[in-house]
Ligand binder design. Structure first.
Ligand code: 3PG
Length: 204
């Protein structure tokens, strides 16, 4: 999940686009996607994108234990949540999938640690202080890795990925709604390629 350094956050209204989208991301060098439970098409989209060889598909915006079950039943290999609910974390652990909950305050980060986690989502990163907040949190929480999302773009991605406690960044910028509406998968591949190149340069 963390190898490419980028986790596309995907909102699919139509599951019929899922496989093509997976192939487009993969062609751009991103073998992972977080398919969000923001639409009714999420579970079916996870199922279909998981059929694409080489794609690691997870579920995002998972806010209840029931959604953890729906996601895992559909084939999700990891779960991402915008916040931290112990019941969601525990259900993912029971189902044997990786879970990345949102945690932005020291107390939330400590709760995540107490649940046996060492990687959390930092969302919305642009609102909660961006790279300077992550730098400051690195002092007391040396063992914690963050996945910032929210306002991350090709322009500011190096500011995040250059930090030692950032495991990857996430975002929607390479899968914009208009690309999906127009079936413009070449754009997805092109923006993915640019993101992968920027991530590799930032991590050197
Ligand atoms: C997420 O759930 O991580 C966010 O919706 C991503 O935010 P972005 O649209 O600013 O990339």
């Amino acid at each position: 999940m963390l190898t490419a350094g980028i986790v596309p956050v995907v909102v699919l209204e139509d599951h019929a686009l899922a496989a093509d989208l997976g192939r487009a991301l993969l062609a751009g060098g991103i073998p992972v996607a977080e398919v969000t439970f923001r639409t009714d098409a999420a579970a079916r989209s996870i199922e279909e994108m998981s059929q694409v060889d080489g794609m690691l598909v997870g579920a995002g915006t998972v806010v209840s234990p029931e959604q953890v079950d729906a996601a895992v039943d559909a084939g999700a290999r990891f779960i991402v949540s915008p916040g931290l609910l112990p019941s969601v974390v525990r259900r993912a652990q029971e189902r044997g999938v990786a879970i990345v909950p949102g945690a932005v305050t020291p107390s939330e980060i400590m709760t995540a640690l107490s649940l046996g986690l060492d990687t959390v989502k930092f969302f919305p990163a642009n609102v909660y202080g961006g790279p300077s907040a992550l730098g400051a949190l690195g002092a007391p929480f040396r063992q914690v890795k963050f996945i910032p999302t929210g306002g991350v773009s090709l322009d500011n991605l190096p500011d995040y990925l250059g930090l030692p406690n950032v495991a990857a960044v996430g975002g929607t910028w390479m899968v914009k709604p208009e690309f999906l509406a127009n079936r413009d998968f070449d754009q997805v591949t092109e923006l993915s390629r640019a993101a992968v190149a920027a991530a590799a340069a930032a991590r050197k």
